[in-house]
Design a protein around this ligand. Sequence first.
Ligand code: FES
Length: 514
Amino acid sequence: MRESGTKSLWVGDGTPRPTAPLHKHLSTQVCIIGAGIGGLSTAYLLAKEGIEVVVLEARQAGEGETLRTTAHLSSALDDGFAELERLHGAEGVKLAYQSHVDAIDEIERIISAEGIECGFTRLDGFLCFPVLDAEGLFDKEVQAAMKAGVSFEARNQAPESWGNIGPAMRFPRQAQFNPAAYLQGLVQAIENLGGKIFTGTRVTKFSSDSRTATSDQGFQVRAAEMVVATDSPIVDRLKIHTKQAAYRSYAIALEIPAGAIEPALYWDTETPYHYVRLDESGKILIVGGEDHKTGQDNDPAARFVSLTAWARRKFPMAGALIAQWSGQVMEPVDGLAFLGRNPGDDHLYVITGDSGHGMTHGTLGGMIIRDLMMGKTDGYLRLYDPARTNLSAAAKYLQENANVAAQFVDWVRSGDLQSEDDLTPGEGGVLLVGLNKLALYRDNHGKIVTRTAVCPHLGCIVNWNNVEKSWDCPCHGSRFDTDGQVLNGPSLSELKTADTDLPPIEPTMIGTPL
Ligand code: FES
């Protein structure tokens, strides 16, 4: 039986309620795979247009990544306006900024129209710079933000809550909410509009040609249009996966005396950076950061130790630690999500590449796909087109894909373990047996669960994640639970049992040209 890892602050009483699993074959106008913010926003906006929608979700709504966010709703993009200007030009940055302003407005409109109680609050965002800014980051950001028409105020000093040190940029009309309550509101609204949501329904076969999705129970949904909103798309092997990379990000929640910190969104320019907000009550401080590439850290638990130490240094008034969790961030090489038609497919749409702005990018995905299906050709469609190429991002593209290719060295390395006796209950590790690499987990009852350590997507060797009790692939970020079941795509299928023949390695990891 699956033994799971951390739970986020948002999981509990307010978690979206389960709906029934798919129990028969269906036909519909639009089938959406994934009930996170991207899938449910799309379903809601299409249902508002009178379009028939069916949503399929492997677990419960939001249980993929949306409930692992810290839910900063920000139009100040955290790749930085100067970097985005290099990648997309001043006009591109202007559009990108405006698109996130529109996404926050859209969320506010939906909340108001549907009467969703989710603690939505408008507040300032502060980008805080170091005192010793040797690279002149502050000046570069200010210049780029001015060119892009961003609404902001440059300050010589960061706010008192950040310690009054270093300069800062203040961005008005950012926002925060409780993502679990928002998703529950969307679920209710979609059902009120006649949409159907099936949770506990894992899609294990998918055909973009026949536009069908088949569940693990063998039931099929046939649709005129398909939308894949599964964080990392489960539908293509390389078209998009070479243009984005999977990272883990860590978050903690600490008690804090009411009024000790000014309610706002805060983030810094460190590498990796930190991001901070309060919850709706103002008595819980949520701190995130410590990002690293998925499957490429041998001791994720140490990330919580570092993050907690940083938070306690920065906010010495913080009290007890009440939650800690991690989540997956898909980082596109050019900093903007992939939202729209899947490259080469007329009737298949994707929402992926959240770039640390999952709430706004997910909402934008819904807005863009609605517009495409309604025949619109303007707005943000080109900026977020999944088929786009961006030569300014070539260096990052090569760097990320060289990193993927380097992961194949794991095939010839020895495993983490000498034998299964090295494992205590709750631990996992990779064992080399002959030419086979096995993923071994000792469950809480002492029983060993064995799977092959070969990722079914394209054949990299998975690594043990001691925080989430998962097997994480270092190549494109697929993740698997202790039973080998898929937690994150792009893999559609589970880790094979150890007696299955290993799949061949595919040699084309560098993939399609940018
Ligand atoms: Fe691509 Fe594992 S996710 S090889």
